[in-house]
Design a protein around this ligand. Sequence first.
Ligand code: MG
Length: 389
Amino acid sequence: MTRPTHVHALIVAAGKGVRAGGDIPKQYQPVAGVPLLRHAVAHLRAYSGIGAVSVVIDPACRDLYDAAVGDLGLPAPIAGGATRQESVRLGLEALAGDAPSLVMIHDAARAFVPVSLLAALLAAFDDADNDGACPALPVIDSLRRGSGHYAASVDRADLWRVQTPQAFRYPAILAAHRSAEPGATDDVAIALAAGLRVAITPGDERAFKVTEPRDFAKAAAMTSYSSRAASGFDVHRFGPGDHVWLCGLKIPHSHGLIGHSDADAGLHALTDALLGTIAAGDIGDHFPPSDPQWKGAASDRFLAHAATLVRARGGIIDHVDLTLICERPKIGPHREAMRARVAAILGIDVARVSIKATTTEELGFTGRREGIAAQAMASVRLPEAADPA
Ligand code: MG
């Protein structure tokens, strides 16, 4: 049996998280300004071995879910049950239509799982005899029993601190859950009760569980994102017409802009800047001018696609900045509408969108009013351990 190729990660986030304090369940509380659940999704998506990520939620928290990750293009959330075990089983049942070869069952509270842990977990399935695998750390501290006073020592050899995600061949864990008694501590316990063979793989301190209020500060200190900034540049030539498309807006003008698509130089420059942050080539690679389906296309779909690619890598779009270079049309009167349009396409707050304009003092092709140039910068945060593109 070869390594499973269709891997679906299931984040179980239906709990109340009462020990963590706060007014809302901990998975929706912010860490470094980003909901814990969003960190969890980003870190799983940073590993290319995982094909899809679904989340099991308490349907009463649907608004919180939508606010946290609703823009990430995930499969519809799955309604959980009264206990974690029930939520996992419902999640597994809901994947039946997708029928992954492997499922990774994860807790949102262990949001900062590194790619190395996930890769080691998947590698355990190179052994065809393994039905499951679970990351764990050895116990370093001495262990001792007692109640008020120390009694017997406990041999820490062969003892493990178990983490998540816990991975299983999908048909095996689905069958195990269907026949499980209630009250299991985790999915490994359910697998073992069903007679499955579960390998121990290397855990990582970064995959710690956010449990107590103080853990949020620890998590914020550990957020392992790196910033990427990239630029984009585009030019389109004026031609006959009575309007131009700029930043997704139709603006009346004495000329049109010539191009294979709608020739929106502003959105094209922004698209290239975003693609640059994940080293994903340029707009021509994704939407070749030779392809007739992009003839006259509205460029908002190009920019939206770039944003989707960034988010698929676990990226968070922090800011975009665009400079439009032309003598005419005047940009100022349209600036705020352009910012709002770009923010809507990217699914980010308008405060994170900057649009500027300049002329070239009647010098060069923009000065001669032969065309419009646009240059853009985008900054994003990517999970530190993201795979190379
Ligand atoms: Mg262009």
